[in-house]
Design a protein around this ligand. Sequence first.
Ligand code: GLY
Length: 390
Amino acid sequence: MTSARTRPDLLVVGGGIIGLAVAWRSAQRGLGVTVVDPAPGGGAAQVAAGMLAPVTELQYGEEALLELGLASNARYAQFAAELEEASGLSTGYRACGTLAVALDSDDREELRELHAFHQRLGLASHWLTGRECRRLEPMLAPGVRGGLHVTDDHQVDGRRLAAALVEACGRAGVTLLRAGAAELLTGAGADRVTGVRLDDGTTLAGDTVVLAAGPRSHLLPGLPEGVLPAIRPVKGQILRLRVPAPYRPFLSRNVRAVVRGQHLYLVPREDGELVIGATSEEQGYDTTVTAGGVYELLRDAHDLVPGITELPLVETSAGLRPGSPDNAPLIGWTSLPGLYAATGHYRNGVLLTPVTADLAAQELATGVTPALAAPFSPTRFSRFSAKALA
Ligand code: GLY
């Protein structure tokens, strides 16, 4: 069965924030776009804290990813303003900065090394004593030993961002098909993309498919062997607390620390929500919230900011980060003609949404690969077999 719908220029499989942002930017460039997803705007952004932290989340050896993260961070304010204008909805973007603190002398040494690394790379990051940290954030534990103030690492509200992208896509003429993608169609020779079959059996014809299905990207039936590596699901459990009006501002900026080897962050929203995250667990596609996960987050957050125990706990949730084999995203044409990937953003999906959308839309509309996207070509994994690793 073939649908009577007009053949789009792009079929986007996956309507999380990455798929939607690519769709929106591509529609702005004049392409006809259809997004296929049972629940557009869902996915990891519904859980994520929304820290925009290319500097405080920097890992050694990830300088190419840093460049991409900084480029995305630099365009976030404009992206959010444009999206708010286009959708009529707030994104919750907040230019508040981040304070990364040390709770003991080992943490302090580690943060000192990170500070030196920042300085070698010319990144804006300022060392503060424990007293200076507490002057900025009086709710911090008295034992805080020092910290790094990174004034350019901000936050956005992932849920608001997703809702704004759904609305902006609709207003820009993107077709949002609330259906699942059952199969990638690759023609008689299985040698190029010819469309997508939906889970109700409908066939959508199209020469270009953008695969943006997060940790399920490589599992799309019909995808030829070796085109995509396995994108592993990395579970993150998150808590949402509410700061009653008389206690605001409880925290004025993002606060983070490494506590017992785990990355912990507290992200205070302007509306009083306080997000505490996140666990990092590699155990398949499970999104159960566990007593142990909640306990560890509350215990570690209490070590950092003892007053959190007074706040109402209003929500617990868990999502899946899509991790590629090198933890960097896949942005670009795959080895299968007609198949473009925008997936594998791991810990940085919210941060990298603007730059991914801009680079992908530019490449899809003009055929020219932007230099910034080149290191993230999906073909760097061509030796991997998705099916073997699944
Ligand atoms: N970027 C934060 C996280 O993945 O937990």
